[in-house]
Structures are given as structure tokens and as C-alpha cells.
Design a binder for this molecule. Sequence first.
Ligand code: ADP
Ligand code: MG
Length: 406
Amino acid sequence: MLTVKELNAQGKRVIVRVDFNVPLKEGVIRDDNRIQAALPTIKELLSKGARVILLSHLGKVKHKEAPEVVEAQKKKNNLAPVAVRLAELLGQPVTFVNATRGEEVEAAAAALKDGEVMLIQNTRYEKGEEKNDPELGAYWASLGDAFVMDAFGSAHRAHASTHGIPSTLKAAGKEVALGYLVEKEVSNLTRCVNVADEDRPYIAILGGLKVSDKIKVIESLLTKCDKILIGGAMAFTFLKALGHTTGTSPVEDDQLEYARNCYTKANGRIVLPIDSIVGDAFDPAVRTTVQILEDTNVPGEFQGLDIGPKTRELFASEISKAKMIFWNGPMGVFEQEEFQKGTVAVCEAIAKLSGKAFTVCGGGDSAAAIKQFGYVKEFSHVSTGGGASLEMIENDGHLPGIDVLG
Ligand code: ADP
Ligand code: MG
């Protein structure tokens, strides 16, 4: 696959699909990480004298809702503040076009000079974006001479902007390439998919909320990993499946059989918590009790909100033997101070592997936790894509938004 470095971009209109899906509150950007992450690719193209046309989605626009709801969602997910921030970071003007198609877009694209950059409005303003409407993909493709994919967080979706554009351009004999961000993600995550002998023992750590979201990744990891440590709310579905009581912990009852099968198939390679920290409510405003539970049977009125101290030690000791780690999903409700210790303990254990093992974390909330606790530098790679990194592992290294470039 071609990379942005190799792309012949001088004087060309290069369409770049970036991930500017930043957290916005009342039009104010709360974290500009994703804009920062796109800079190397944008700067490379500008320094080559390309005319850069940026496309990104932002938030959700549900076109099936009533027109006034759709309008409200569009208003909330307006990319205009992103253009302002991008201009500051680049130190040069960014032309923002408050439209996704039509004369205004075409005129701005035509007026671009070498080394200039423009951003159009949120791709999800278009109903056809998420449906990968071929007409929309072809229309956007008609604005440029080449395409660069740098939105790793959207690479698991075949949408008009991630799939329609490159497939149209490729069919027309134009160049399509990977951006720096995507290139780095792909090379790091591929290592977690095609496991080399020197990367064993390979240990996966899973947590977070939903088993059903992560089902396929568990199965896939079982074929690749030496061990899977399971914490977070997810562990309670497994524990219930094995006959433990789980109180009011979040359990997905329709996944019990699946969890039981996985556990059996794993033949001892799935490691579950042996104790937990429980509370009588999730909401701190109504909670009266938090306590350490010495075993894995949660009594009636309680719910498990973090792994317990013995599990922290058990997981840390397993982690200390690893040559490679893939981690997705926090060990507890890390947003609340009482339930941070499990997630911090995993961070700490992984930090001890620094320089000795290859360690990757993927997942929106997991990455936020690592950042909050100050461990980003201790990891070999923290993925910018949650769903995309999981799907990359599930699909044995394949993602629609990457494969289309090959
Ligand atoms: P990621 O975004 O990293 O993929 P998820 O979205 O699957 O992770 O899960 C993150 C959420 O899981 C966090 O908001 C955290 O509070 C929650 N969580 C973890 N453990 C528990 C638990 N025992 N009970 C309830 N929620 C939990
Ligand atoms: Mg999440």
C-alpha cells in the first residue's frame, strides 16, 4: 500500500479523510488530541505543495429522526470550531465550507492553491454517508485527484467518505494512500494479530461494560493469546455463567451460554477475578456502602464495581510474565475514585514491562483512563480507535477502510 510519504502530491487536490470527531461542549473543543494526531499527515501534504481537502464526521446525525431532531443534531455537531483550532495548530488559514456538497464546496476546492487547506462540513450531514451511497462517494471523489486515509477511528466502517471515495478514485486510476496515523496504527495492531514467537507469552486484558460488543474479539483472542484476563463489568457475566452469584452487577443474561462456552473452550486460559469491590449502588449520590468482597459471590443488594486487591495482585503477576499485551476495557468504574484501583494496578503492571514487552491499549474509555492516570508514555502504543482496534483483531487484521486502499 502507498503511504502519504510516497504519494505524488505536488499541485494535486488531495482529499484527506481525517478523524476530527472531537468531544465538543456547546461549541467548545474539550480535547483536541484528534486534531493534533492528524497534523503530521496534513503538514506532509502541505509541505509537498498539495491542495488539501479535509473531510471528517463529528458525532451522530440520525437521519431517521424527525426533521427538527436532525437539525438539532447537525447544529450540535458542527465542525466550524474544529477549523478554527486547526488553523491555530497549523499556523495558517483553513477555509471552512459550511456545506457538504454543492457550488460552495466546488468553488472552494477549485480556488485552492498549492499548500492551502480547506475543511468541509461534517460528512454525516449527508444521509448517504453511513449508507456508503455510491453517488455521494463519487461526488466527493470528483473534488480531488488523490485520496489519503488518516481516520483510523473510522476505518472499520465502509462509509461514503472512507470507502466510496477511495474506491471511485482507484477505479479511475488515481492514487490512494495511508496517512501517517493510520500507518502507525496498522503496523502496531498487526503485531497483535499475527503473533511472532518472540512476542509470547501474549496476554490480553479485557474489561469494560458489554460482553455482547466484544464477543467476537474474545473468540478471536482465544486463538491468538496465551491468556485472557477479564475484569470490569464483563467479568460478572462470566462469573454468573460459572454459577457464582452476582447481586445487582451488570450481567448480560443472553450471553451466559456464550460466556460458558468461551470459558470451557479456553481450557484454563481465561483468568477471572477472585475478589471485588462492591457497592450498594452505582450512583455515588445514593450509595451508602462500599466494601471489599473476599470472594466472587456478590450478595443480593450489591454490585461489583472494581476488581479487588487479590485480583489486582493476580493480574499483575500474570502481566509480569508477558512479552506482549493487548488491553481493552477498564477494570472498574474508573470515573469514580473508589473504583480506580483495579485499572491503575493494570497500568502500573504494564508500566513495569516498559522496554521489555510490546504493550498496546485500544478503546475510548481505556485510553481516557490511561491518560487520566498518567501512563500514556509507558505503553508501546495507545490506539486512537476503539471500535477499529477491536475489529482489526476480530477480522484478523482487516478493516474495510484500509483494505479498499490495497
Ligand atoms: P472502552 O471504551 O475502553 O472499549 P467500554 O466502553 O467497554 O471500554 O467500557 C468502559 C466503561 O465500563 C467505563 O465507563 C466503566 O465505568 C465501565 N465499567 C467498568 N467496570 C464496571 C463495573 N464493574 N460496573 C459498571 N461499569 C463498569
Ligand atoms: Mg467505551
